[in-house]
Design a protein around this ligand. Structure first.
Ligand SMILES: Cc1cc2nc3c(=O)[nH]c(=O)nc-3n(C[C@H](O)[C@H](O)[C@H](O)COP(=O)(O)OP(=O)(O)OC[C@H]3O[C@@H](n4cnc5c(N)ncnc54)[C@H](O)[C@@H]3O)c2cc1C
Length: 490
C-alpha cells in the first residue's frame, strides 16, 4: 500500500481531464485495498487501453505507465486505437465480403518456377501445404478469353493491346481516360522482377486454400526469411540514422511476416488426426505476444496503414474499373463494395492520411535510392520461388505482389485521378488489384487477431478466472485487475 500511495498521484488532473481527487481506496473484508474509480475514469481507462497488456492497463489506470501501442503509429499519422476501431467497424467487414466475390477470389499464379538461389529441396510435411487449382469451368469466362487472346505462358510482357477486351473507357473528372485491369504477373510494375521465361500458371480459388498453419517451418523456411532480411538495404535497420525509405521498406516486409504469423497462430492444426483447427495461444505469445517482439506488431499496423493508403489513393481508378467475371449481379456487388471501402467516411475521419508518401524520395539521391530498393525487392520477389510449400508460396506471392502494387500506386509519377493531365495515369493489372485488396484483407484480419489474442493472453496469464472480452470488463473486475497487478496475488 505504501508503494501504491507513492505511485498514485492523489491530487491534480490526469491527461484525460478527470480529477484524480475522485479516486478512493477502500478495504475489503479480507483487508485487501481496492481502488474505486469514478465511472468516467473507468471509461477512459477502458477506451485508452484496448491494446495493452493487463500490466499496462493497470499502470495506465493509475497514471504511472504507458502502453507502447497507444499513441501514433510511427511513420504514419493515425493513432493505434483509431486504427483498431476503424478496422473493426468499417474496413474489415467490407473486405471480408469483398474477397468472397468472384473477381477477388481467383488468383492467377505460377507455383512451379525453379528457385534461382539454390536447388529445390523443400518438402512440406502436411497435406495442408498443397494447393488445389481451380477446375477449368470455375475460371471466369472473360478471363479465359483474355488469356487465349494474349501471349500464352510467360514469354515476356503481354502486349497491352492484346488484352483490350478488359479495358474500358471511362469518364472521371471530366476527362476521359483508359483504365485497364489486365495481365497477372505484375509486368509494368517497377517493383516486380520481370521474368521472361516460360511458366505454367494456374487459377487458384483463394477461399478454398486459406492461409493458415501448414507445417512449413525449420531450416527451409528460415532460409527464405534469412535471404529476405539479409538484403543489404536492411542492415543496421534499427539505427536511428537509417533513412525513412529503407525503414518503410523493412517495416512492410516485417509487417507481412507478422501477418503470416498471426494467421498461423489463429488457425493452427491443434489435432492432426481429428482435423481440429483453432487458435494456438502459446505460438501467438512466442511470435507476436511478448515484450521482445512488440516491434513486429507495430510493423503490422504500419503495413496495414500503408496498403490502406494505397487502396484509397487508387480509389478513383478502382471505383471505375470493370470487375467483369461474367456474373453481372456479383460484379455489381463487387463494384459497390469497392466504392464503400474507398469512400468510407469512417476511415476519412479516423485516419485522414494513413501514410504520407509525399515525404519520401526527397533527398538528392532519392531516385538512386529508389532504384536500389527496387533491386532488393526484385530479390525478395525471386525468393518466393524458393518457398517449399505450395500454399505458403501462393500467399507469399500474392502478398508480395500486393506490396509491389501498393508501392507502385504510392510512388509512381502517374496519378490515379485522371484529373490533372491528359494522359493517365496509373495502370493496374487485374492480378495487381486482386493482390492488393487481398493483402489488405489479410492485414486487417491480422490486426483483429492480434487484438483478440493479446487480450486472451493477458487474461490467461494474469487473471486465471478470465476477464472475458474487454467489453465485458466491469468496474469491479478492473479493480480486481489493478489490485492483482499492483499488489500481487492475494
Ligand atoms: C513467404 C512465406 C510464407 C509462409 N506462409 C506460411 C503459411 O501460410 N503457413 C505456415 O504455417 N507457415 C508459413 N510460412 C512459414 C512461417 O513463416 C515460419 O517460417 C514458420 O512457421 C517457422 O516459424 P519460426 O517461429 O521458426 O520463425 P519465422 O517466422 O520463420 O521467423 C524467422 C526469424 O525471422 C525473425 N522474425 C520473425 N518474425 C518477424 C517479423 N514480423 N519481423 C521481423 N523479423 C521477424 C525472427 O528472428 C525469427 O527467428 C511461410 C514462410 C514464408 C517464407
Amino acid at each position: 500500500m505504501g508503494l501504491l500511495a507513492a505511485a498514485v498521484p492523489r491530487i491534480g488532473v490526469h491527461r484525460s481531464g478527470i480529477s484524480l481527487q475522485k479516486w478512493r481506496w477502500q478495504k475489503l473484508g479480507d483487508g485487501q485495498p481496492v481502488l474505486w474509480l469514478p465511472v468516467p475514469w473507468y471509461r477512459y481507462v477502458e477506451s485508452e487501453t484496448r491494446n495493452c497488456t493487463v500490466q499496462e492497463k493497470a499502470a495506465i489506470s493509475v497514471g504511472v505507465g504507458t502502453c507502447q501501442l497507444s499513441g501514433t503509429v510511427r511513420d504514419c499519422s493515425c493513432e493505434y486505437a483509431a486504427v483498431e476501431r476503424v478496422n473493426r467497424e468499417a474496413v474489415l467487414p467490407v473486405l471480408k465480403e469483398l474477397v468472397r466475390q468472384p473477381f477477388f477470389r481467383y488468383f492467377k499464379v505460377s507455383l512451379y518456377c525453379d528457385c534461382p538461389f539454390w536447388p529445390d529441396d523443400g518438402m512440406c510435411v502436411l497435406r495442408d501445404c498443397s494447393v488445389c487449382p481451380c477446375e477449368d469451368h470455375e475460371v471466369p469466362a472473360p478471363w479465359k478469353a483474355a488469356d487465349s487472346a494474349s501471349t500464352p505462358g510467360c514469354e515476356g510482357s503481354p502486349r497491352l493491346e492484346e488484352e483490350s477486351a478488359v479495358d474500358r473507357r471511362m469518364d472521371a473528372s471530366t476527362k476521359e481516360h483508359l483504365v485497364s485491369i489486365r495481365g497477372w504477373r505484375g509486368f509494368n510494375n517497377p517493383w516486380m522482377h520481370e521474368d521472361e521465361s516460360d511458366v505454367d500458371y494456374s487459377y487458384i480459388n483463394l477461399l478454398m486454400n486459406p492461409e493458415r498453419y501448414t507445417g512449413y517451418k525449420g531450416e527451409h523456411a528460415h532460409r527464405i526469411w534469412n535471404l529476405i532480411y539479409s538484403q543489404s538495404c536492411f542492415s543496421n535497420i534499427m539505427d536511428p540514422e537509417t533513412c525513412t525509405e529503407r525503414r518503410v521498406f523493412y517495416r512492410l516486409i516485417s509487417g507481412m511476416h507478422s501477418s503470416i504469423s498471426a494467421h498461423i497462430a489463429k488457425e493452427y492444426l491443434l489435432d492432426e488426426r481429428g482435423g481440429r483447427w483453432g487458435p494456438n495461444l502459446a505460438l501467438f505469445q512466442e511470435r507476436l505476444g511478448n515484450e521482445g517482439v512488440r516491434e513486429r506488431v507495430e510493423n503490422l499496423y504500419f503495413a496495414y496503414l500503408f496498403v490502406l493508403r494505397a487502396a484509397l489513393k487508387a480509389g478513383p481508378l478502382l471505383k471505375e474499373a470493370a470487375y467483369d467475371t461474367g456474373s453481372p449481379l456479383e460484379d455489381a456487388q463487387t463494384s459497390e463494395l469497392v466504392r464503400k471501402l474507398v469512400d468510407s467516411q469512417a476511415v476519412k475521419e479516423a485516419c485522414p492520411v494513413p501514410f504520407d508518401e509525399g515525404r519520401l524520395w526527397k533527398g538528392e539521391d532519392g531516385e538512386e535510392l529508389k532504384r536500389q530498393l527496387q533491386a532488393h525487392f526484385h530479390n525478395i520477389t525471386k525468393a518466393m520461388e524458393c518457398v517449399g510449400c505450395e500454399k505458403c508460396k501462393l500467399w507469399g506471392k500474392l502478398q508480395i505482389l500486393g506490396i509491389a502494387t501498393s508501392l507502385k500506386v504510392l510512388f509512381s509519377a502517374e496519378d490515379c485521378t485522371g484529373g490533372q493531365t491528359a494522359e493517365p495515369q496509373l495502370r493496374l493489372e487485374r492480378n495487381e488489384v486482386i493482390a492488393m485488396l487481398n493483402l489488405l484483407e489479410r492485414l486487417a484480419v491480422s490486426i483483429e487477431v492480434v487484438r483478440e489474442m493479446s487480450l486472451e493472453l493477458a487474461d490467461s496469464a494474469r487473471h486465471p478466472r478470465g476477464l472475458g472480452a474487454i467489453e465485458d470488463v466491469t468496474h469491479e473486475s478492473l479493480n480486481d485487475v489493478l489490485r492483482h497487478s499492483l499488489m500481487g496475488p492475494a
